[in-house]
Write a protein that binds this ligand. Sequence first.
Ligand SMILES: [Fe+2]
Length: 511
Amino acid sequence: MTTLPSFQAITARCNRLEQIIRLQGLIAGERNNPQLSSLVMKEVARVMDADRVTLFLYDTESNELRADYGDGLESGAIVVPLKMGVIGAALSRRRSINIVNAQEHAFFNNITDKGSGYRTDTMLALPIIASNGSVLGGLQLINKFGGRFTQQDENTLAAAARTIAEQSKNGQIDAEIARREISTLQENIGCDRSAVFRLDEKSGHLVSVFASGTTDTISVKIKLGIAGYVALTGEALLVADPYSDARFDASFDRSTGYRTQNILAIPLKTAANEILGVVQVLNKYGGCFAADDVKLLETIAGAIGTALENRNLIRELDRQFHSLLEVMAASLDSRDKLTAGHSLRVAQLAVAIAAALGFTAEDTDILKVAATLHDYGKVGVDDAVLRKNGTLSASEYQHIKTHAETTFDILAKVHFAHKYRSVPLIASSHHEALDGSGYPHGLREHEIPLMSKILSVADVFEALTADRHYRKGMTEAAALAILDAGSGTKFDGRIVQALKQSLAQRDQATT
Ligand SMILES: [Fe+2]
């Protein structure tokens, strides 16, 4: 016998499903964690009352669909050509397909059933489409308990697919997202307090990343309390009556007047099982935490753990990358003491111009990398020419001009992360001029990347104001006058204005 669920129950179910899918999004494309994927997909199956749920990801290279997780099957075990089966039909038609009697249906491909002995009766398949219209994959639900998939199921699943698509386009993972997730899930679990602690190994403390009910940072010794026990053992712990548990530390309750009635604490781990911290929820409304809550919190802890780990990894990689750049710039500086620091000062000026032009943080970062490396090709210029005291001969000038092209040749060999892919072009075009009189390619106006135009202004301004072998640096006003004179022919006037604006702001800040 089936009873119709209330409107509130359906809404709650949708919200819960969306949150689960968002968590899946947090980990998608990042560290492969089959156990976590399995838990998430099981949750989706449970919420949707389906026996099996499979997330298919579209592999553009092979034109195949690969199961990211098939309940009861090894991950990646199902691979189907794009146009095959019900899921293939849903993707190529770009709409959901809801089937009552799968075995009789024209689209149904019973190879998987035959191989596994499983029998598919009802099926709901729908595509996951990115905002740019490209197919990312599909979701497939099999065998609805107690009947067929309804229009409501289709709508719920469509919302979930949209969330997955949104997550896929912004690959950014942040612990902040995880923080928001658990705050929302606190409402879902139905408890009074929740907190995420990170393990600070230096001090041996658990330090709150966030804790509901307080804006203070909570710091507790790892040897104390339930959270400490979980961090030390790496095991989840459900405590129904803390005051009769020797591991419970009542000092926090005593100092705040709060009364802890029950606790569920789960360790945050890396994929390599190292402990990163603890997620803790307190005081379940109307009773104690149940096995269901443990499972849900474990799923969330997995996502937060991955987010924290990724954030640490990304920061470390970023530091490594930028320090490597500085070493590259410094190695160039060591060739010529008088131009030492030129690249870094050009980078500072370029960043200031970018700020005045309203660049995003990401674009500013790309510009900074290109600025730091813009003259790197000078490693190929002879010492005698590079350090020459006095005017360069025509052939020496030709020789020094090769540095722009050499910058490109060297940087083009570096395997830059995707967002930095235009760095070789930007860096090597810093001597191009609007009127086509620059080098190495004599590019004009719109042919020159905007960031190269910024480098050009920053480079000339720095070179004019700095001391050289053959002259003292000129004043900033004199250098700006030269840039003004070249505005519209050599330099982009808006960029010269932006430089002036940034210098004025600097002067205001220092007076
Ligand atoms: Fe240069």
